[in-house]
Each structure stands twice: as structure tokens, then as C-alpha cells.
Design a binder for this molecule. Structure first.
Ligand code: C2E
Ligand code: CA
Ligand code: CA
Length: 648
């Protein structure tokens, strides 16, 4: 009984694998029309040979009806089918085919066997041949639907075997038995080849599944589950092409987390990873549809949305706010921020790579000047991006020896007015662009990866100047964030000092806090190395960065350069009392305090009052070439000698 149920279920194609059904359908579409053609031709041939012997209804009406049904079914199978016919429809179609094939086969065989009552031995032999070739042809054509093939074989075999074995002719009995044996063999071959076909379909489906899985993995960021850089650029290209063809807006927002690196360094990489996961979850929760949010790598994300600038800015501002809400990671509560740059290609203008460059530039601007906020790419940003591009190109091919110089700005002792040291400041005059400010080209050099080259050449020039200065005057040199985390640069600087013959204690390296915190551990290592050589370290622009007192303790700092916003300029008046506090703090930590940007006499008087050690600024002297500085020094010496002579 269970076997019978199993057989019935098999015959009804119940529970068949959808992939197998699709493959069967595909193969049958090529073969079933051939089957109907074969049946029709064979039927016509049999009618033709029996035309003179059998009644008209047997040679015209019956085969006419059978051939008509066959042609209708052939046409149904030849109709173009949709690429993805649902499995339920395929099952229905295959069931109908099985039933119809069985009914037709039965009608054909009954008709053929009835025909054997007419004609002579040749005509009767034709009937036997008709049955043999038709049944074998049917089995072959229905190879991919074994349910139909075996049903036909069974019905036809039962019919002709009983007919011929019951007839008196031993020859036809033998022929029938022979056909039966061949049918058995062909049926076995069919089952074998269907099993092989089934295996092939299954392994192809498995291969497809693996391929799909691999594609998903290759396009997904493992940590956050968001689409990765690869998927993002593919989508940007796709949406960009769609927009340029059909018009419409496309906005791109680039997001960079603020203070993520510090959190990662402070709490460790495991916490850092969980923080990124949490950021990913927040981003996924606000994922716009249509559009995409992806992780491009590190703490950088991107949002791609087919909306105009105003809507994109609203999304970006919302993202910045949501990403700055505190994160609970285990027992820790961590607050970071996010800055965003937005660019829009309205009505498909521009290429997608230009859109990326613009959004990236707007992000860079946000990071530099509007931290924690979203910045929309504007015509002003466009002109500064273009001029930066020109400067960047010029910088790449810059001949440092010829185009760049070092100017020196004296740093004076507040009490005595004596020159204690000079700060080396880079000057670049490009043959076409003219003078370019260091605070413009130094960050650009960092972005295009030529900082090492620039720093080492400029330092060599600065050392050359320092060697011409009186032995009691030190020289300060500025290091950038990239310099301080590059072992190669630090070793090159140490080597250059050694080769110059100057006492390392005459060299001061100036660093901003922002540069130090980019990779605090590495920066600390480099500073300790330089300090061990005897070089002095100054914290530059103090008061503008994080002003983290921990840094003052952990780093080998000798000098504090208090930012000029405490001394001169619009904010200075309100910060005067702070200046006194910073000086007191510096002195309590035994750091020499240097006030920057002293432009007027009363500012110097105030510094004297609060006991600041040294000052730098236009009130003392502007940065100048070495020869001018040497003249200034010797002039001051002569002046000093004169005053001493007058007093004596
Ligand atoms: P900084 O280290 O804070 O250097 C002092 C800047 O303040 C210099 O600008 C100087 O000309 C200017 N300055 C001096 N006294 C006064 C004053 O009384 N009032 C005003 N308003 N400004 C004053 P400069 O030379 O344009 O340099 C800008 C920045 O570029 C420097 O800031 C420094 O961070 C960077 N820089 C310059 N040369 C180099 C270098 O060789 N390497 C690196 N990494 N950075 C450099
Ligand atoms: Ca400086
Ligand atoms: Ca400074």
C-alpha cells in the first residue's frame, strides 16, 4: 500500500524539486513538439498504407482527429514561454501532458491494432512496426518526463502484447514479445539517464546557491552587515548610469565618524568593533529606500539616495544627530560624532566619479571646519577644490630645492627681549601659481602622500640655516601628523640631526595635539625616541585642540606654544584670564610657555605681568629669510654692545 501511494505521488509529480521542474520543462519544450510530430507522421503513414483496405472513418476520420489533437498540443508546447514560469504552473502543465499523452497513446494503439484487421501481411507488418517505433520514439522524446514515458510504455505494451499473444500468429506473438523486451531495455536506459539528469540539475542548483552566497558575502561588510565598498561602487555606477540616461537627481553623502579612533585606542579594538557594529545597526535602521547605505572601510560610510540636495541634506543632518547619540557597549557608554559631506548630481549631470569626489571633498571640509555637521557641496567648495587640485598637481611635480625656502621667525624671551630660538616656516613660490601658504600645501602634501619627501628636504634646509645661527639660538621645526607616525621619517630626521653636527638640544620639534591624537600610541613612541636623542618637543597651538592634560603628562613635552587666539585677535580679550591660567599650568608642569601671535606692545606687557616665558609674533619680528635674520641678530648685538658701552 505505501508503495502504491508512493507511485501515485510520483506520477502526480508531488513534492518535486522546483529546480528540477524548471529543468524538465526546459528540456521538454524542445522534445515534446517532436513527439507530436512523430505521432502525426506515423499515423498518416499507417492511414496511407491501409487506405485501400480499411473503411474511411478508420483511415481518415480517426487519424484526422488524432493528428488534429497532436498538432494543437504541439502548438501549445511551441508557444514562447516566460523566462521564469512558476513551479506550480509547470507542475500543472506536466500533469496535463502526462494525462493527455496516456490518453492519446491509448487511442493510437487501439486504432492501430484495429487497423491490423485490414489488409494483407505487409499492412499487418506495418502495424507492428508502427507500434514498435512509436512506443520507442515516445519513450525517447519523453525522457525528461519519466512519469509520462513509463505510463505510455505500460499501456501500449499491455495493449499490443495481449492483442498479439492472443492472436493465432506465432510470428506476431514473437514480434510483440521482442518489442516488449526492447521497451524494457529502453525504459531502463531512460531511468538511468533521468537519474543522471536529476544529479546534474541538483549539483547545478547547489552551484548556483553557492555562487549566490559568495556574491552576497563578497558584497557585504562582515562587521556591520551593510553593503561593502565593492557593492557601493557597483551601485554608484549603476545608479549614476541610470540617472545620466533618464535624468533625475542622485545624492551622495559621505560619513566619517569623529573621535572613533580615540575610542578605539582607549577602549581597545574589540570595543571598537562593537561600536562599529552599533553604528551599522543605527544606519541600517534608517536605511533609505530606494538607496543604499554602505561601509566603505574603517569608520567611513556612504549614503546613496535618488533625491535632490535639500532632501539629502535633511537625511545627512539626521544621520549626524543619530550617530552622535551615546552608545552602550557592555558597561561602557561611549559618545562619538559623525561628520558628513553631501553632493548632488541634479538631473543626471556629471559623472558618478565626480559625484564621489565632490562628496568626499565636502566631507573633508566638514572634518576640517564643521565637525559633527553635514556640509553641502557648493560653488565655493567647487572653486577651492579646483584650486587645491591645481596646487596638488603642482606639488606632485614640485622641485623642493628651487621652489621652496625656509623662513625663520624669532622667538623672544619676554623678560630680556633676547632671541631664544627661531621657528622654521616653509615658503613655496610656484612659477605659475605664485606663493602658496604652508597651511594650504602641508595638508595637501599629507593627502597626496608626499609628506616624507617634503619634510626631509625642508628639514635639511632648516638645519643648514640653523648651522649659521649663534650657538645659543635653538631652531623649531614643525612636524605634521603623518611625520609623527612614520618610523621612516622619524629615523630620517634623527639621522639628519646626527649628520649636521648640531647639538640635538638646539632642535625643537613642534607638534599639534590634533596630530598627536591621530595615532596616540605611535606618536608617543616617536616622541620618546626623539626626546632620548636630546631633541626638545613643543606642543603647538595649545588650547585649540583637545587640550587634554593627560597628554602633557604622557608625552615628553618641554614647551607649550599657546595659540595666538589667547593673545591677539577678536577672541583674545575674552580669553586673557585663561591665558594667565594656561601659563600658570605650564609653569607648574615645568614647561616653557611661549605665547604665539603677539602683535602689539600691550599684549607683550600683559605677558610680562603674568610671567609668560617667551613670545613670538609680528610685534617681535615677522618670519624672514636667513640672511635678513642674521642681519637682525648682528644689528641687535651691535645695539646691545652700544648700550652696554654707554652704561659703562
Ligand atoms: P604655526 O606652527 O602656528 O606657525 C605660526 C604661524 O603664525 C606662521 O604662519 C606665522 O607666520 C604666523 N604668525 C607668526 N606671528 C604672527 C602674528 O603675530 N600674527 C599672525 N596673525 N600670525 C603670525 P605660516 O608661516 O603661514 O604657517 C602656517 C602654519 O603652517 C604653521 O602654523 C604650521 O602649522 C604650518 N607649517 C609651516 N611650515 C611648516 C613645515 O615646514 N612643516 C609643517 N609640517 N608645517 C608647517
Ligand atoms: Ca609651529
Ligand atoms: Ca602655532
Amino acid at each position: 500500500m505505501p508503495h502504491l501511494m508512493h507511485l501515485v505521488r510520483w506520477l502526480c509529480l508531488e513534492g518535486e524539486d522546483p529546480a528540477l521542474l524548471c529543468a524538465q520543462h526546459r528540456e521538454l519544450r524542445r522534445q515534446v513538439p517532436l513527439l507530436y510530430a512523430l505521432l502525426s507522421v506515423n499515423a498518416l503513414a499507417l492511414s496511407y498504407t491501409h487506405f485501400a483496405f480499411a473503411p474511411r472513418w478508420m483511415t481518415v476520420l480517426v487519424p484526422g482527429a488524432l493528428v488534429t489533437v497532436s498538432i494543437v498540443r504541439m502548438a501549445a508546447w511551441l508557444r514562447p514561454a516566460a523566462a521564469d514560469v512558476p513551479p506550480e504552473r509547470i507542475v500543472r502543465k506536466l500533469r496535463i501532458t502526462t494525462v493527455l499523452a496516456v490518453v492519446l497513446a491509448l487511442l493510437y494503439v487501439i486504432w492501430a491494432l484495429r487497423m491490423s484487421a485490414y489488409g494483407h501481411s505487409d499492412e499487418r507488418a506495418h502495424v507492428a512496426i508502427f507500434i514498435a517505433i512509436t512506443v520507442i520514439g515516445c519513450i525517447f522524446c519523453l525522457m525528461h518526463l519519466p512519469q509520462a514515458a513509463l505510463s505510455i510504455a505500460t499501456i501500449v505494451t499491455v495493449a499490443y502484447l495481449s492483442h498479439y499473444l492472443l492472436s493465432e500468429s506465432a510470428v506476431y506473438g514473437a514480434i510483440a514479445f521482442n518489442i516488449f523486451l526492447v521497451t524494457l531495455v529502453v525504459a531502463r536506459v531512460l531511468l538511468n539517464s533521468f537519474a543522471a539528469f536529476f544529479d546534474l540539475v541538483r549539483s547545478r542548483a547547489e552551484l548556483d546557491r553557492l555562487h549566490r552566497q559568495m556574491t552576497i558575502l563578497a558584497h557585504t561588510d562582515a562587521l556591520t552587515g551593510l553593503p561593502n565598498r565593492h557593492a557601493f561602487f557597483a551601485e554608484l555606477t549603476r545608479m549614476g548610469q541610470e540617472r545620466s540616461a533618464g535624468g533625475g537627481d542622485l545624492s551622495l553623502g559621505m560619513i566619517d565618524l569623529d573621535r572613533f579612533k580615540a575610542a578605539n585606542d582607549t577602549f581597545g579594538h574589540l570595543v571598537g568593533d562593537r561600536l562599529l557594529e552599533a553604528v551599522g545597526q543605527r544606519l541600517q535602521a534608517i536605511s533609505p529606500a530606494p538607496g543604499m547605505i554602505a561601509r566603505l572601510g574603517g569608520d567611513e560610510f556612504a549614503v546613496l539616495v535618488p533625491v535632490p540636495a535639500s532632501r539629502a541634506m535633511a537625511i545627512a543632518e539626521d544621520l549626524c544627530v543619530r550617530l552622535s547619540e551615546p552608545y552602550r557597549i557592555g558597561d561602557l557608554v561611549i559618545t562619538i560624532g559623525a561628520s558628513c559631506g553631501v553632493a548632488t548630481a541634479e538631473d543626471g549631470e556629471g559623472t558618478h566619479s565626480l559625484l564621489y569626489e565632490r562628496a568626499d571633498y565636502a566631507l573633508y571640509y566638514s572634518k576640517e571646519s564643521r565637525r559633527g555637521l553635514a556640509t553641502l557641496y557648493s560653488p565655493q567648495l567647487e572653486s577651492s577644490r579646483l584650486s587645491e587640485q591645481a596646487i596638488e598637481a603642482a606639488l606632485q611635480s614640485c622641485d623642493v630645492e628651487r621652489e621652496m625656502a625656509i623662513h625663520l621667525q624669532p622667538i623672544f624671551d619676554v623678560a630680556s627681549g633676547r632671541i631664544l630660538s627661531v621657528e622654521a616656516l616653509a615658503r613655496w613660490t610656484h612659477p605659475l601659481l605664485g606663493p602658496v601658504r604652508p597651511d594650504v600645501f602641508i595638508p595637501l602634501a599629507e593627502r597626496c602622500g608626499i609628506t616624507h619627501h617634503l619634510t626631509t628636504r625642508l628639514f635639511a634646509k632648516a638645519l643648514g640655516h640653523a648651522a649659521r645661527l649663534p650657538g645659543d639660538i635653538r631652531m623649531s621645526f614643525n612636524l605634521s601628523a603623518h611625520d609623527i607616525v612614520s618610523h621612516e621619517t622619524i629615523l630620517a630626521l634623527a639621522h639628519a640631526i646626527g649628520m649636521s653636527g648640531l647639538a640635538p638640544s638646539r632642535i625643537v620639534f613642534e607638534l599639534t595635539e590634533t596630530a598627536v591624537v591621530r595615532d596616540f600610541a605611535l606618536a608617543r613612541e616617536s616622541l620618546h625616541l626623539l626626546h632620548t636623542l636630546g631633541v626638545r618637543i613643543a606642543l603647538d597651538d595649545f588650547g585649540t585642540g583637545q587640550s587634554n592634560l593627560g597628554h602633557l603628562n604622557e608625552l615628553p613635552i618641554d614647551e607649550l606654544k599657546i595659540d595666538r587666539s589667547f593673545v591677539s585677535g577678536p577672541k583674545a580679550d575674552g580669553r586673557r584670564h585663561l591665558l594667565a591660567a594656561v601659563v600658570a599650568l605650564g609653569q607648574s608642569l615645568r614647561l616653557r610657555c611661549i605665547a604665539e601671535g603677539v602683535e602689539e606692545a600691550d599684549q607683550l606687557a600683559h605677558l610680562k605681568e603674568i610671567g609668560c616665558d617667551a613670545f613670538q609674533g609680528y610685534h617681535g619680528a615677522k618670519p624672514m629669510p636667513i640672511d635678513e635674520l642674521l642681519r637682525l641678530i648682528s644689528g641687535r648685538e651691535t645695539e646691545g654692545d652700544g648700550r652696554r658701552a654707554m652704561r659703562s
